[in-house]
Design a protein around this ligand. Structure first.
Ligand code: HEM
Length: 498
């Protein structure tokens, strides 16, 4: 696939590109201050060096040779790759404004999504309004406390489903059930309704498929992202497909909005109510922007959270002593026969360390989300040119032996010994990003991930299907906007022997 589109690009546009390459070489002053770079080929630059399925690993290997601030020429796009906590801190702390725009994938440039979306807008007043709505209307403790009951109900359903599997010794596809639960946790936070059924084994659920497809399309390699001059052609049809997915998703949102408008004035404690009835002028947004915001929340919040739970469960099953310690803590902190609730999380210190350790080794967004330099940025002894795409390889930082002792070991204890949080006082652990574009969903993600994980551990022990031994578990990854498990985690819940 890679080779076919590159051939197409070279064949169709070689003349234009050669002329552009020559003129840009002429007009670019000899700039020895660009960060170091592997040697590159004409037209495609370094694309041939990243032609594999695991760009996060490939970038990490290149950074070992060229350093923590590295340039890659990916087609026409100058890409700067940051691979150390110090460089990330200097980039984001000192240049927060200059680096707070996004490099927008061509696939999302449809139905004006990139002009309305809190994820893809540049850091302009419109983006600030949307961020403010997220932080004041959705993610404050007061708001989250108000709809805690809805989430608790969804988690009870998950546990009831797992109990049935436990009774019949049926295998649970942990990623699938947790993704479904996360979608429903979000749909209840936004619309007070379920969007997906938990007990259906079929992946045919339209909503779930749409969210997955949107994530896949936005993350998949696209010639137009390396050669913007190809945008007009949409060579792999990504924008066309994305438009169809967004239209279907918006139709589902329209149905829910229309239904709510027809209902009497009875209030729900959800985001839709707030947006429709807010007395604050600044919290009212038009319907199209509302639908873009909902699309963003589902895309940014569901897969990231469920993947975190799935990786955490995989690591716990692979490390039985860690699993035993996490379960023992839950048994000590939560009274027998009581279920875990969100307010218990702050007392589950070891569980919090398990989640941090999971996010260190398996950050769902290995490169965060791509930024764009709005102006020329001085970084150390180098210059990042205006317009460059900038990615921070948090996956590489999480596994760097200069940053973490025994980085490949899953050892949550390290977070009990050293106080590190996600608030970016320390750039060793930034799975939610940093600076003004930091993930606004941390408070909700934190509640969902800890609650679901604690609930799965409290009631059950877990063993792998078909007698697979924990030490032989396949832990390989697949790369996308999120880095997921290549093989779904399938495990059998058993009644604890204790
Ligand atoms: C474990 C779960 C999650 C992880 C690891 C995660 C990670 C991230 C990362 C890395 C970014 C980009 C930050 C940057 O550029 O510096 C981001 C942005 C974002 N996240 Fe999350 N996220 C999670 C959960 C959520 C949830 C639950 C929501 C909401 C329901 C959410 C909503 C967003 C939004 C709206 C943005 C875009 C912010 C902007 O561009 O201004 N995320 N997230």
């Amino acid at each position: 696939m890679w080779f076919s589109w590159i051939s197409l690009a070279i064949f169709s546009f070689s003349c234009i590109l050669i002329i552009r390459a020559i003129s840009s070489t002429r007009s670019r002053p000899y700039n020895t201050q660009l960060p170091p770079s592997p040697s590159s080929l004409p037209i495609i630059g370094n694309l041939h060096q990243i032609l594999n399925d695991m760009p996060h690993k490939c970038f990490a290997n290149l950074a070992k040779i060229h350093g923590p601030i590295m340039t890659l020429q990916l087609g026409q796009m100058t890409t700067i790759v940051i691979s150390s906590p110090d460089a990330a801190s200097e980039l984001i702390h000192k240049n927060d404004i200059a680096i707070s725009s996004r490099s927008v994938p061509d696939a999302v440039r449809t139905l004006r999504h990139h002009e309305l979306s809190v994820v893809w807008l540049p850091a302009n007043p419109q983006w600030k309004d949307l961020r403010r709505i997220c932080s004041t209307e959705l993610f404050t403790s007061r708001r989250l406390d108000a709809n805690e009951g809805l989430r608790a109900h969804k988690v009870r359903e998950l546990i009831a489903y797992v109990s049935e599997c436990c009774d019949s010794q049926k295998v649970v596809d942990i990623g699938r059930v947790v993704f479904t639960t996360t979608l429903n946790l979000l749909s209840n936070t936004i619309f007070s309704v379920d969007f997906v059924k938990l007990d259906s084994d079929s992946e045919s659920s339209e909503f779930k498929d749409l969210v997955k497809k949107i994530m896949e399309e936005a993350a998949s390699s696209n010639p137009s992202d390396f050669f913007p001059c190809l945008r007009v052609m949409d060579p792999l049809g990504r924008r066309r497909r994305m438009k169809a997915y967004f239209k279907k998703l918006h139709a589902i949102f329209d149905d829910n909005i229309d239904r709510r408008l027809l209902q009497d004035a009875s209030r729900h404690n959800d985001l839709l109510d707030t947006l429709l009835h807010s007395e604050e002028e600044s919290s009212r947004i038009d319907r199209h922007t509302m639908k873009s915001l909902f699309s963003d929340l589902f895309a940014a919040g569901s897969d990231t959270s469920s993947i975190t739970v799935e990786w955490a469960m995989a690591e716990l099953i692979r490390n039985p002593k860690v699993m035993a310690r996490a379960r023992a803590e839950i048994a000590t902190v939560i009274e027998p026969k009581k279920v875990v609730v969100e307010s218990d999380i702050e007392r589950l210190h070891y569980l919090q360390a398990v989640v941090k350790e999971t996010l260190r080794l398996h950050p769902p967004a290995a490169f965060l989300l791509p930024r764009k330099a709005e102006s020329r940025i001085a970084l150390g002894q180098y210059i990042i040119p205006e317009g460059a795409r900038v990615v921070v390889n948090v996956w590489a930082i999480g596994r760097d032996p200069r940053v973490w002792a025994d980085p490949e070991e899953f050892r949550p204890e390290r977070f009990l010994e050293e106080e590190i949080d996600f608030k970016c006082r320390n750039f060793k652990l930034i799975p939610f990003g940093a600076g003004r574009r930091i993930c606004p969903g941390i408070p909700l993600a934190s509640r969902m991930v800890h609650l679901v994980l604690a609930s799965l551990l409290q009631r059950f022990e877990w063993k792998l299907e078909d007698g697979v031994e924990p030490e032989n578990m396949d832990m390989s990854e697949i790369f996308g906007i999120t880095v997921a498990r290549a093989l779904p985690l399938r495990a059998v819940p058993v009644v604890p022997s204790d």
